[in-house]
Design a protein around this ligand. Structure first.
Ligand code: KIV
Length: 276
């Protein structure tokens, strides 16, 4: 009945929230990638990725929109179902899309859909102090939560573009306070996007829970990239923090393995991928 007890004996047992907490405690870097379908989910899982995010970035890289705003809960559930069928070891996190968590009840209903229908093991929502009550409510219902700070792509129209956040001392201090409050409220993971290295470092040092970064410097507990950026599929200008892990002609599986290896051995992110 308790398959997890049997899985503990496996060489690479499935990753869960306790695994992630242990990795932070042991200072073992957490390698995370997005995926949106079963084939790539299987590929990144076999490559050794610890966490797979069904990101609402699918609005941009799968659906071709210029932002993540048009993505719906139905879209997320559909892609989660596909990704969950491709995973064996990696921990499955799913984004709560724009305006799907404006009240406690709406957030709970949609988080339950992502978990029950989509197979997600954790939900991620964007927001700092305004989301503390929602995070607390989900946590009290035993929903694992990741809170996304820094650049919050769902707020792109409000902040006027995809910009580095927390450059001013007051904003950096405020963000650190928000991260601590979210942890207090019950967040199991914090994700920080596009902030100067010092902000990523300060948040990571202040928190007990794992901090995953994207453009947040080398000191965070784990790194995440949009899969198509990491595999060199994205055309045109890419953000500074992106490295094409297939450069030199590597196949997708080798590229995904190179990403995992570079996160684990701390060679990614290098200074050219970081903000000051
Ligand atoms: O939607 C997404 O893929 C994300 C990552 C960029 C962190 O939130």
């Amino acid at each position: 009945m308790y398959t997890q007890l049997e899985q503990r004996e496996m060489v690479s047992p499935p990753v869960n929230v306790s695994t992630l907490a242990r990795m932070k405690a042991k200072q073992e870097k957490i390698a995370c990638l997005t995926a949106y379908d079963a084939s790539f989910a299987q590929l990144v899982d076999l490559a050794g990725t610890d966490v797979v995010l069904v990101g609402d970035s699918l609005g941009m890289v799968i659906q071709g929109h210029s932002t993540t705003v048009p993505v719906t809960v139905d879209d997320m559930v559909y892609h989660c179902k596909s990704v969950s069928r491709g995973l064996q070891r990696a921990f499955l996190m799913a984004d709560m899309p724009f305006m799907s968590y404006t009240s406690k009840d709406q957030a709970l209903d949609n988080a339950v859909r992502l978990m029950q229908e989509g197979g997600a093991m954790m939900v991620k929502l964007e927001g700092g102090e305004t989301q503390i009550d929602i995070v607390g409510y989900l946590a009290r219902h035993d929903i694992p939560v990741c809170a996304h700070l820094g650049l919050k792509p769902q707020s792109v129209h409000k902040i006027g573009g995809f910009k580095v956040q927390g450059r001013e001392a007051a904003a950096a201090k405020h963000m650190c306070g928000e991260a601590e409050a979210l942890e207090q409220a019950g967040a199991d993971v914090i994700l920080v996007e596009c902030v100067p290295n010092e902000v990523g470092t300060a948040i990571t040092e202040a928190l007990t829970v794992p901090v995953i970064g994207i453009g947040a410097g080398p000191d965070v507990d784990g790194q995440i990239l949009v899969l198509y950026d990491a595999l060199g599929v994205t055309q045109g200008k890419v953000p500074r923090f992106v490295r094409d892990f297939t450069a030199g002609g590597l196949a997708p599986m080798e590229g995904a393995k190179a990403f995992v290896a570079a996160v684990k051995d701390r060679s990614y992110p290098a200074p050219e991928h970081c903000f000051s």
